[in-house]
Design a protein around this ligand. Sequence first.
Ligand code: NAG
Ligand code: NAG
Ligand code: NAG
Length: 628
Amino acid sequence: MLHSKASQWQNILIIFLCILVQFCSPVNAAIKPDIGALAFSFDLGNVQLSQDRFLDNQGRTLNYLKDIDVERLLYVFRVNHGLDTQQADPNGGWDSPDFPFRSHVQGHFLSAWAQCYAVLGDQTCYDRATYFVAELKKCQANNKASGFTDGYLSGFPESDFAKLENVTLSNGNVPYYAIHKTLAGLLDTWRLVNDTTSRDVLLSMAQWVDDRTTSLSYDKMQEILQTEFGGMNEVLADIYHQTGDDKWLTVAKRFDHAAVFNPLAGDKDELDGLHANTQVPKWIGAVRQYKATGDSRYLDIARNAWKINVNAHTYAIGGNSQAEHFHAPNAIAAYLTSDTCEACNSYNMLKLTRELWLVDPENSAYFDFYENALLNHLLGQQNPDSEHGHITYFTPLNAGGRRGVGPAWGGGTWSTDYDSFWCCQGTAIETNTKLMDSVYFYSDSTLFINLFMSSILLWPEMGITLKQSTSYPVSDKSRLEVSGSGNWKMNIRIPSWTSDVVITVNGEVLSNVQVSPGSYAQISRSWTDGDVVEIHLPMRLRTIVANDNSSMAAIAYGPTILCGNYGDQVLNSIPSLALDSIHRMDDSDLQFTSLADDKNVPLSAFYDAQGYNYNVYWAITGSLPTEN
Ligand SMILES: *[C@@H]1O[C@H](CO)[C@@H](O)[C@H](O)[C@H]1NC(C)=O
Ligand SMILES: *[C@@H]1O[C@H](CO)[C@@H](O)[C@H](O)[C@H]1NC(C)=O
Ligand SMILES: *[C@@H]1O[C@H](CO)[C@@H](O)[C@H](O)[C@H]1NC(C)=O
């Protein structure tokens, strides 16, 4: 195959850039391998997004990360630990000086800056992460003068833990939730930036957790675990992976919440009524504990939780929960309100999905879900009109819902630079700085392609660069160009919603490769520099019927959930959609015509539905056109 001069130069440039990025991001590898892992992720710096919808989201979040006043973010830590606030203004919203779990959001900023540096080698993000940790270290060092015990680090007093430990004193705070975020941010700054101050502050803080919990009885701990505590079991298991010190597994185990784990271990769905995002981090902790201990009960808990949540509690867009809570199994149409699908839950479900897939990489269903939640929930959570990538807390699914309007965090209002700092704002800055982290994975000499996104992968162990070019999901094709040669296998996820898939290599249809929806197409060959793989995943209209009412459904085209555009019109009830009226207008974008309540209603990609009233779930009549 002949190369044009331009593409040769492009490849050389790409390899050079990737080597540069590699060189600037010294990832600090874990000491303990993950037990049971059969596939592995690439270092963040080895995958770069190319121009597309995802890269735009990343850019807006980067603007915010580089613009936000770091001194204001330090305010609550400095005040609490008796240091000068440097005349900075305090923040508002969930970081204001009187908000109970203030200081929860800073850990998200640390993780996001660390990811920004790991992905892009960005100096501003590096400087911000390392400065912030150095300032946190000063706060921690002033503990004696502030009356706190060694290692403590937070924006609220340590006495909140005495209140948590004694029910009669409870003030309703969720202090471990905030502590978890700080620990996770420090851990990311240690492992992605290789900042040793982060390691020291982290281990001292983790030691504080050990000291605080070591003398509490099992029953007392279980009582404490009734209060939201984030992913304490997860981060402590990760500290074990990073240090190799068994002690952290003992501390992690103290955060095993029996009332939630026991039914899940027995594959029982007892989620009804539970606060949803309090649970998902515990499940991630369970799979991390499995990978640390090999105890399969942890894996059962995490797998069952995933299956139960995805099958019985998840809306068509991949999100779960209403008013932050789980309801009865399959209650979907019953709860189409403006406060559906808290974004943190999907951020956490993506983490859980990835962890589970890594021990089960034959199972493409995990990435069918991953693609759905990322594309249809989290991508559109961000406001494309906001230079700083502001987001909504919930994604409304009521008839005529709209992102970015509604009361406080009860509807869907956009976040702000300094006056919101909700949990979902924190998880969104993480999401939008690691959008590329699950496109590719490897296992020995097998490369997995799990997502279709324009991107460039550097696979140094195999001397391979892979360039993926696509406008998916607008287009149903993706093109992969290989630079470098050698014998290896390419496993391409074939989504379960497609059919009649065609894969070609250098223009020739592969005859000896099994290509079935809901599995991986496996191409083993001796690759030659310049080989081109083209994947055609035909898309069709499909309905995603509500589990609890077969007359109600959302509409998808291939992987993309479509919604009706109602402009500023208010809807008082669920519109009735004539399925046979839906037609795509043009191959170049995702615009469809339809008839709903006998009126013309344009349908388009839900991830682009910002700035107007939309409808996602319909009362359906008739059937989809046979040719679509
Ligand atoms: C990480 O930092 C340590 C201590 O400064 C250094 O010895 C080590 O080489 C660094 N690791 C990488 C991968 O750069
Ligand atoms: C809890 O606090 C109450 C009120 O101060 C006190 O009387 C009680 O002894 C405490 N219980 C424990 C177990 O510390
Ligand atoms: C199911 O949905 C249809 C269409 O919205 C509605 O008319 C019907 O009452 C619903 N059934 C139940 C049991 O809620």
